[in-house]
Design a protein around this ligand. Structure first.
Ligand code: SF4
Ligand code: SF4
Length: 212
């Protein structure tokens, strides 16, 4: 029948419309503004309304969600922060729209480059959220953020992120990427262990050589 598809579509909408009232009576306000309610409305068993009432409600962000990148720094025991970035420039090279600018630190006495950025900018209006920078960084220094509420009226003042705005602690990275963080830490631990084993073996060889 001509128009049958449209009619069926409208009936689905109508079913959800009335289902909302029935579900509201049955479940009360529990299905709004609660994690349980959001979880129910995004499930396949939902009967009435299934939309999320943003910004009062938010969907949970999956670990692999990516918005704009941020730079990771480690909080040392002596209270100082150490940025992981070595300003190698790999992220800037692989960035498809070329929205990363890095300037390397220079030792004022020797004039030689220091493996640390003195300036680091990302234009988030150009960033296409591909995550290449995070994937290619050899030092786990740049990661993709979950924070997406960055709308503003003046892009020149707010949308070009500098080193201060980009830097976030490793604990934040661990919080939003628990699986990835645990994997990275395990790889780091194994590398450290191997390095220590090699050092001990070298020391033993040296001691043996000296005693002969
Ligand atoms: S974020 Fe990583 S890839 Fe980019 S410059 Fe720093 S160390 Fe190199
Ligand atoms: S996410 Fe992609 S586009 Fe954005 S800065 Fe990284 S490499 Fe460039």
């Amino acid at each position: 029948m001509y128009g049958k598809g449209i009619l069926e579509g409208l009936l689905v909408t109508l079913k959800h419309f009335f289902g909302t009232f029935i579900d509201d009576i049955r479940k009360g306000r529990k299905r709004y503004m609660t994690d349980e309610g959001v979880e129910y409305r995004r499930s396949k068993d939902v009967k009435g309304i299934f939309t999320v009432q943003y910004p009062e409600e938010r969907l949970p962000t999956p670990e692999n969600f990516r918005f704009v990148p941020f730079l990771v720094y480690d909080e040392k025991e002596d209270g100082t922060n150490e940025i992981r970035c070595t300003s190698c420039g790999i992220c800037a090279k692989v960035c498809p729209p070329q929205c990363i600018w890095i300037e390397q630190t220079t030792n004022p006495k020797t004039g030689r480059p220091v493996p640390e950025p003195v300036k680091f900018f990302i234009d988030i209006d150009i960033c296409m959220n591909c995550g290449f920078c995070a994937d290619f960084c050899p030092f786990d220094s740049i990661k993709m953020d979950h924070y997406y509420e960055m709308a503003s009226f003046d892009r020149t003042k707010t949308n070009i992120l500098d080193l201060t705005k980009l830097s976030k602690p490793a604990s934040y990275h661990a919080e939003i990427h628990p699986i990835h963080f645990a994997r990275e830490e395990e790889i780091r631990r194994v590398k450290e262990q191997k390095r220590e084993e090699r050092r001990l073996a070298k020391e033993q060889r040296l001691n043996k050589f000296k005693s002969e």
